[in-house]
Design a protein around this ligand. Sequence first.
Ligand SMILES: Cc1cc2nc3c(=O)[nH]c(=O)nc-3n(C[C@H](O)[C@H](O)[C@H](O)COP(=O)(O)OP(=O)(O)OC[C@H]3O[C@@H](n4cnc5c(N)ncnc54)[C@H](O)[C@@H]3O)c2cc1C
Length: 286
Amino acid sequence: GWWCWIIPLRGGNVSAGIVYDSRLFKLADGPNLGERLRAHLLSHPVGAEIFGNAQIIEHDVHAYSALPYSSKKVCDDGWATVGDAAGFIDPLYSPGLDFCSYTSYFVADLLARNLAGEDVAESLAYYNEQLPITYRLWFETLYKDKYYYMGDAELMSAALLLDVGTYFIGLVIPVYRDPEREFLHLPFEGRAGRVFGGMMKFYNRRLVALAKRRLATGCYGRRNAGWRELYDGFVPDARVRKLIRKGLFHWWRAELTNLRLILTPGAKNRAPSSSTATSTAVAAPL
Ligand SMILES: Cc1cc2nc3c(=O)[nH]c(=O)nc-3n(C[C@H](O)[C@H](O)[C@H](O)COP(=O)(O)OP(=O)(O)OC[C@H]3O[C@@H](n4cnc5c(N)ncnc54)[C@H](O)[C@@H]3O)c2cc1C
């Protein structure tokens, strides 16, 4: 139910933080926010390695809740919102600058045409209609209930490969081919966009369902020990298909495990292996 960011900054400081779904996880109590975050970071082997001797920078620790929002109306005659001002979902996958690119490119084009005397009423109507759809589908395909399966390496690996792979196929490769054209079309546009979004929502919902069964049967995170997520890297060409195939393989193998859990009564309530202690503790409030 949580993930952490660790970003080395210039001059040796490191930005670190946690994002979590409060339905699934609570940050343990402590004397102050900085100490609570430090204790959490140190509870993980990677965090312990990086932050073992780290010092908290006083007055630079912040917490926010209920950050996501979207806007029903994003422009009208004489104004338009772009970037984070138009909406915010979750920093996982770092979508912020993608949204900035699409929205600011679209609005800059609209402004230029308007200043040149063109009637932009149709573009304003498109932006008001499509941007809320884009946000809603972006949320439902990538983020809705994702934190249920985040602690299970197999399920999260399937999601990571499918999410980033489809992002490359659907957005990155077209933008690399023709940025001028593609940045003027917001993601999940039209019938094709909705079909694509529907497919992504489907596998996301399935992964959530698989995670819930694993939690209920004590099998959550059973493959976590020793899991290594190493790729050549995501590149904007046909090689990305290999990663999607790998994601599909993880997903379908998890579906088979799910079938076994349904059909094998003995699988129920089997204790998870000790190597999954972190994930299991996170998932326990369910
Ligand atoms: C820790 C962290 C890591 C991130 N990592 C990534 C990443 O790896 N990749 C990625 O794509 N995105 C990342 N993001 C998100 C990304 O930074 C934002 O999506 C992006 O900065 C949004 O740009 P923006 O111009 O819409 O808003 P902002 O960058 O927030 O700019 C808004 C500006 O308006 C100013 N302002 C506010 N109110 C007023 C006012 N009343 N009058 C005048 N000025 C005002 C603010 O001071 C600010 O300078 C990250 C964000 C954070 C916090």
